[in-house]
Design a protein around this ligand. Structure first.
Ligand code: ZN
Length: 301
Protein backbone atom coordinates (compact mmCIF):
# COMPACT_ATOMS: atom_id res chain seq x y z
CA UNK A 1 0.00 0.00 0.00
CA UNK A 2 2.80 2.40 0.95
CA UNK A 3 4.47 1.65 -2.32
CA UNK A 4 1.30 2.47 -4.25
CA UNK A 5 0.81 5.76 -2.38
CA UNK A 6 4.42 6.78 -2.94
CA UNK A 7 4.06 6.01 -6.64
CA UNK A 8 1.36 8.59 -7.23
CA UNK A 9 3.33 11.55 -5.94
CA UNK A 10 6.71 10.56 -7.26
CA UNK A 11 5.29 9.64 -10.68
CA UNK A 12 3.80 13.15 -11.00
CA UNK A 13 7.11 14.67 -9.97
CA UNK A 14 8.99 12.50 -12.46
CA UNK A 15 6.84 13.79 -15.32
CA UNK A 16 7.51 17.38 -14.36
CA UNK A 17 11.22 16.73 -14.00
CA UNK A 18 11.41 15.20 -17.47
CA UNK A 19 9.76 18.22 -19.07
CA UNK A 20 12.04 20.58 -17.18
CA UNK A 21 15.11 18.61 -18.20
CA UNK A 22 14.19 18.84 -21.87
CA UNK A 23 13.61 22.56 -21.56
CA UNK A 24 16.92 23.05 -19.78
CA UNK A 25 18.81 21.14 -22.43
CA UNK A 26 17.41 23.32 -25.21
CA UNK A 27 18.42 26.49 -23.37
CA UNK A 28 21.82 25.06 -22.63
CA UNK A 29 22.58 24.29 -26.27
CA UNK A 30 21.43 27.67 -27.59
CA UNK A 31 22.94 29.96 -24.97
CA UNK A 32 25.77 27.96 -23.42
CA UNK A 33 28.67 29.86 -24.97
CA UNK A 34 27.23 33.34 -24.61
CA UNK A 35 25.75 33.21 -21.12
CA UNK A 36 27.58 30.37 -19.45
CA UNK A 37 27.88 32.15 -16.11
CA UNK A 38 24.20 33.07 -16.00
CA UNK A 39 23.14 29.58 -17.06
CA UNK A 40 25.13 28.04 -14.22
CA UNK A 41 23.02 30.05 -11.80
CA UNK A 42 19.63 29.42 -13.41
CA UNK A 43 19.76 25.87 -14.66
CA UNK A 44 20.95 22.70 -13.03
CA UNK A 45 23.66 20.91 -15.04
CA UNK A 46 22.74 17.58 -16.67
CA UNK A 47 24.74 15.57 -14.14
CA UNK A 48 22.72 17.01 -11.25
CA UNK A 49 19.50 16.13 -13.08
CA UNK A 50 20.67 12.57 -13.67
CA UNK A 51 21.64 12.23 -10.01
CA UNK A 52 17.93 12.44 -9.15
CA UNK A 53 17.66 8.77 -10.12
CA UNK A 54 17.05 7.02 -6.84
CA UNK A 55 19.07 3.97 -7.88
CA UNK A 56 22.65 4.38 -6.77
CA UNK A 57 24.11 0.87 -7.23
CA UNK A 58 23.70 -2.10 -9.54
CA UNK A 59 25.67 -5.29 -8.95
CA UNK A 60 25.88 -8.00 -11.61
CA UNK A 61 26.12 -11.43 -9.95
CA UNK A 62 27.23 -14.70 -11.54
CA UNK A 63 24.18 -16.90 -10.87
CA UNK A 64 25.24 -19.91 -12.93
CA UNK A 65 27.28 -21.11 -15.90
CA UNK A 66 25.78 -23.49 -18.44
CA UNK A 67 27.16 -25.74 -21.12
CA UNK A 68 24.97 -27.07 -23.92
CA UNK A 69 25.88 -29.49 -26.69
CA UNK A 70 23.80 -27.91 -29.48
CA UNK A 71 23.47 -24.16 -29.91
CA UNK A 72 20.62 -24.61 -32.39
CA UNK A 73 18.31 -25.27 -29.45
CA UNK A 74 18.15 -21.45 -29.37
CA UNK A 75 18.41 -20.84 -33.14
CA UNK A 76 16.51 -23.57 -35.03
CA UNK A 77 18.45 -24.66 -38.13
CA UNK A 78 21.45 -22.45 -37.31
CA UNK A 79 24.70 -23.58 -35.62
CA UNK A 80 23.42 -27.16 -35.49
CA UNK A 81 25.55 -29.39 -33.27
CA UNK A 82 27.78 -26.56 -32.06
CA UNK A 83 28.64 -26.72 -28.37
CA UNK A 84 27.61 -23.59 -26.57
CA UNK A 85 28.37 -21.92 -23.23
CA UNK A 86 25.96 -19.57 -21.53
CA UNK A 87 26.11 -17.38 -18.45
CA UNK A 88 23.19 -16.72 -16.11
CA UNK A 89 23.18 -13.43 -14.26
CA UNK A 90 21.31 -11.95 -11.33
CA UNK A 91 21.23 -8.20 -10.76
CA UNK A 92 21.06 -6.58 -7.33
CA UNK A 93 20.10 -2.93 -7.16
CA UNK A 94 19.99 -0.41 -4.35
CA UNK A 95 17.50 2.44 -4.32
CA UNK A 96 18.26 5.34 -1.98
CA UNK A 97 14.71 5.52 -0.62
CA UNK A 98 13.37 2.11 -1.60
CA UNK A 99 16.12 -0.28 -0.49
CA UNK A 100 17.37 -3.47 -2.12
CA UNK A 101 15.80 -4.97 -5.24
CA UNK A 102 16.88 -8.23 -6.88
CA UNK A 103 16.20 -8.98 -10.54
CA UNK A 104 16.24 -12.74 -11.26
CA UNK A 105 17.53 -15.32 -8.80
CA UNK A 106 19.50 -17.71 -11.02
CA UNK A 107 20.20 -21.40 -10.74
CA UNK A 108 19.38 -22.88 -7.33
CA UNK A 109 22.31 -22.51 -4.90
CA UNK A 110 22.49 -26.25 -4.10
CA UNK A 111 23.99 -26.75 -7.59
CA UNK A 112 27.17 -25.15 -6.21
CA UNK A 113 27.59 -28.28 -4.07
CA UNK A 114 27.38 -30.64 -7.09
CA UNK A 115 30.83 -31.24 -8.62
CA UNK A 116 29.35 -32.40 -11.95
CA UNK A 117 26.64 -29.78 -12.08
CA UNK A 118 22.95 -30.38 -12.74
CA UNK A 119 20.54 -30.45 -15.65
CA UNK A 120 21.51 -31.34 -19.20
CA UNK A 121 18.32 -33.24 -20.05
CA UNK A 122 16.96 -33.11 -23.62
CA UNK A 123 19.58 -30.66 -24.86
CA UNK A 124 19.16 -28.18 -22.01
CA UNK A 125 22.40 -26.82 -20.54
CA UNK A 126 24.28 -28.55 -17.76
CA UNK A 127 24.53 -25.93 -15.04
CA UNK A 128 27.38 -25.27 -12.70
CA UNK A 129 27.53 -22.67 -10.02
CA UNK A 130 30.94 -21.26 -9.05
CA UNK A 131 29.46 -19.14 -6.25
CA UNK A 132 26.19 -19.27 -4.35
CA UNK A 133 23.89 -16.26 -4.58
CA UNK A 134 23.83 -16.23 -0.77
CA UNK A 135 27.65 -15.98 -0.75
CA UNK A 136 27.63 -13.16 -3.31
CA UNK A 137 25.12 -11.22 -1.20
CA UNK A 138 27.30 -11.73 1.89
CA UNK A 139 30.29 -10.38 -0.03
CA UNK A 140 28.29 -7.29 -0.89
CA UNK A 141 27.15 -6.99 2.73
CA UNK A 142 23.46 -7.68 2.13
CA UNK A 143 21.37 -10.18 4.07
CA UNK A 144 18.54 -11.93 2.21
CA UNK A 145 16.14 -10.29 4.68
CA UNK A 146 17.40 -6.86 3.51
CA UNK A 147 15.97 -7.50 0.03
CA UNK A 148 12.59 -5.82 -0.25
CA UNK A 149 11.54 -6.75 -3.78
CA UNK A 150 12.42 -9.73 -5.93
CA UNK A 151 11.31 -9.62 -9.57
CA UNK A 152 11.88 -12.54 -11.88
CA UNK A 153 11.92 -12.29 -15.66
CA UNK A 154 10.11 -15.64 -15.93
CA UNK A 155 9.71 -18.98 -14.23
CA UNK A 156 12.32 -21.14 -15.97
CA UNK A 157 14.54 -22.90 -13.40
CA UNK A 158 17.66 -20.86 -14.19
CA UNK A 159 15.77 -17.69 -13.18
CA UNK A 160 13.66 -18.73 -10.19
CA UNK A 161 16.11 -21.09 -8.46
CA UNK A 162 16.55 -19.00 -5.32
CA UNK A 163 13.20 -17.24 -4.91
CA UNK A 164 12.72 -18.92 -1.53
CA UNK A 165 16.00 -17.50 -0.23
CA UNK A 166 13.85 -14.36 0.17
CA UNK A 167 10.63 -15.58 1.81
CA UNK A 168 9.72 -12.10 3.10
CA UNK A 169 10.47 -10.14 -0.11
CA UNK A 170 7.57 -9.09 -2.29
CA UNK A 171 7.65 -10.93 -5.60
CA UNK A 172 6.96 -8.76 -8.63
CA UNK A 173 5.71 -11.11 -11.31
CA UNK A 174 3.22 -10.90 -14.15
CA UNK A 175 -0.17 -12.40 -13.32
CA UNK A 176 0.01 -14.41 -16.56
CA UNK A 177 3.28 -15.99 -15.41
CA UNK A 178 2.12 -16.54 -11.84
CA UNK A 179 -1.00 -18.34 -12.98
CA UNK A 180 0.74 -20.40 -15.70
CA UNK A 181 0.64 -23.95 -14.30
CA UNK A 182 3.56 -26.34 -14.46
CA UNK A 183 3.04 -29.31 -16.83
CA UNK A 184 2.12 -31.31 -13.72
CA UNK A 185 -0.61 -28.78 -12.97
CA UNK A 186 1.20 -27.55 -9.86
CA UNK A 187 1.74 -23.89 -9.01
CA UNK A 188 5.12 -22.31 -9.85
CA UNK A 189 5.26 -20.37 -6.57
CA UNK A 190 4.62 -21.08 -2.91
CA UNK A 191 1.17 -19.67 -2.19
CA UNK A 192 2.38 -18.09 1.07
CA UNK A 193 5.12 -16.02 -0.65
CA UNK A 194 4.09 -12.32 -0.72
CA UNK A 195 3.45 -11.31 -4.31
CA UNK A 196 2.28 -8.43 -6.39
CA UNK A 197 0.80 -9.82 -9.59
CA UNK A 198 1.43 -7.35 -12.39
CA UNK A 199 -0.63 -6.79 -15.52
CA UNK A 200 1.76 -4.91 -17.77
CA UNK A 201 4.61 -2.50 -16.99
CA UNK A 202 5.45 -1.49 -13.43
CA UNK A 203 7.53 1.42 -12.16
CA UNK A 204 9.05 -0.31 -9.13
CA UNK A 205 10.06 2.76 -7.11
CA UNK A 206 7.70 5.25 -8.75
CA UNK A 207 10.51 7.45 -10.10
CA UNK A 208 11.36 5.73 -13.39
CA UNK A 209 14.66 4.35 -12.15
CA UNK A 210 13.57 0.69 -12.42
CA UNK A 211 10.70 -0.08 -14.76
CA UNK A 212 9.50 -3.62 -15.32
CA UNK A 213 8.58 -4.05 -18.98
CA UNK A 214 5.99 -6.57 -20.04
CA UNK A 215 7.74 -8.57 -22.80
CA UNK A 216 5.68 -11.74 -23.24
CA UNK A 217 6.51 -14.51 -25.67
CA UNK A 218 9.35 -16.58 -24.26
CA UNK A 219 6.81 -17.48 -21.56
CA UNK A 220 3.22 -16.18 -21.13
CA UNK A 221 4.17 -13.50 -18.59
CA UNK A 222 7.80 -12.84 -19.43
CA UNK A 223 9.15 -9.45 -18.34
CA UNK A 224 12.33 -7.41 -18.81
CA UNK A 225 13.70 -4.55 -16.70
CA UNK A 226 14.71 -1.03 -17.71
CA UNK A 227 17.14 0.48 -15.20
CA UNK A 228 18.41 4.07 -15.17
CA UNK A 229 21.52 4.87 -13.15
CA UNK A 230 23.04 8.34 -12.68
CA UNK A 231 26.42 7.58 -14.28
CA UNK A 232 25.74 4.47 -16.39
CA UNK A 233 22.54 5.72 -18.01
CA UNK A 234 19.75 3.42 -19.12
CA UNK A 235 20.24 -0.33 -19.40
CA UNK A 236 17.60 -2.86 -20.39
CA UNK A 237 18.04 -6.25 -18.73
CA UNK A 238 16.70 -8.73 -21.25
CA UNK A 239 15.54 -11.66 -19.19
CA UNK A 240 15.11 -14.29 -21.89
CA UNK A 241 13.39 -11.98 -24.39
CA UNK A 242 16.64 -12.70 -26.24
CA UNK A 243 19.47 -14.98 -25.17
CA UNK A 244 22.54 -13.77 -27.09
CA UNK A 245 23.72 -11.26 -29.68
CA UNK A 246 23.41 -13.24 -32.91
CA UNK A 247 19.79 -14.03 -32.05
CA UNK A 248 19.19 -10.35 -31.34
CA UNK A 249 20.86 -9.20 -34.57
CA UNK A 250 18.90 -11.72 -36.65
CA UNK A 251 15.66 -11.71 -34.62
CA UNK A 252 15.86 -15.45 -34.06
CA UNK A 253 13.50 -17.16 -31.62
CA UNK A 254 14.52 -20.32 -29.74
CA UNK A 255 12.69 -23.61 -30.27
CA UNK A 256 11.70 -23.73 -26.59
CA UNK A 257 9.42 -20.71 -26.61
CA UNK A 258 5.79 -20.07 -25.74
CA UNK A 259 4.66 -17.67 -28.51
CA UNK A 260 6.99 -16.74 -31.39
CA UNK A 261 4.99 -13.73 -32.64
CA UNK A 262 4.82 -12.24 -29.16
CA UNK A 263 8.56 -12.83 -28.69
CA UNK A 264 9.29 -10.96 -31.93
CA UNK A 265 6.97 -8.12 -30.90
CA UNK A 266 8.70 -7.92 -27.49
CA UNK A 267 12.12 -7.76 -29.19
CA UNK A 268 10.87 -4.89 -31.33
CA UNK A 269 9.49 -3.14 -28.24
CA UNK A 270 12.91 -3.40 -26.58
CA UNK A 271 14.63 -2.09 -29.73
CA UNK A 272 12.24 0.89 -29.85
CA UNK A 273 12.89 1.70 -26.18
CA UNK A 274 16.65 1.41 -26.70
CA UNK A 275 16.45 4.00 -29.48
CA UNK A 276 14.19 6.27 -27.46
CA UNK A 277 16.20 6.09 -24.22
CA UNK A 278 19.69 5.64 -25.76
CA UNK A 279 19.78 2.45 -23.73
CA UNK A 280 22.17 -0.47 -23.66
CA UNK A 281 20.82 -4.01 -23.81
CA UNK A 282 22.39 -6.52 -21.43
CA UNK A 283 21.51 -10.03 -22.57
CA UNK A 284 21.27 -12.30 -19.58
CA UNK A 285 22.82 -15.42 -21.13
CA UNK A 286 25.38 -13.87 -23.53
CA UNK A 287 28.81 -15.05 -22.38
CA UNK A 288 30.78 -12.82 -24.77
CA UNK A 289 28.92 -9.74 -23.54
CA UNK A 290 29.29 -10.82 -19.90
CA UNK A 291 33.06 -10.74 -20.39
CA UNK A 292 32.76 -7.00 -21.05
CA UNK A 293 30.65 -6.35 -17.91
CA UNK A 294 31.98 -5.94 -14.37
CA UNK A 295 30.69 -8.36 -11.74
CA UNK A 296 30.28 -8.00 -7.97
CA UNK A 297 31.88 -6.89 -5.74
CA UNK A 298 32.32 -4.11 -8.35
CA UNK A 299 29.13 -2.23 -9.17
CA UNK A 300 27.62 0.24 -11.59
CA UNK A 301 26.48 3.70 -10.49
ZN1 ZN B 1 14.01 -19.08 -20.14
Amino acid sequence: MLRQCANVNIRALAGRNAARWERNMRFTIVFALAVLGLMAGLHKPASAQAAKSGLDKLYVINCGEGHATDKSRWSPGIDVGQPFDVVDNCYLMHHVQGGWFLWDTGVVDTVADMPNGAGGENGAPTWRKPKKLSAALAEIGVKPSDVRYVAISHTHPDHIGNVELFPQATLLVQKAEYEWPLPSGASRFKPEHPVQKLEGDDDVFGDGSAVILSTPGHTPGHQSLMVTLPKTGTVILSGDAVHFKSNWDNRRVPGTNFDKEKTLASMQRIADLMAQKHAQLWMNHDKAQAETIKFEPAFYE
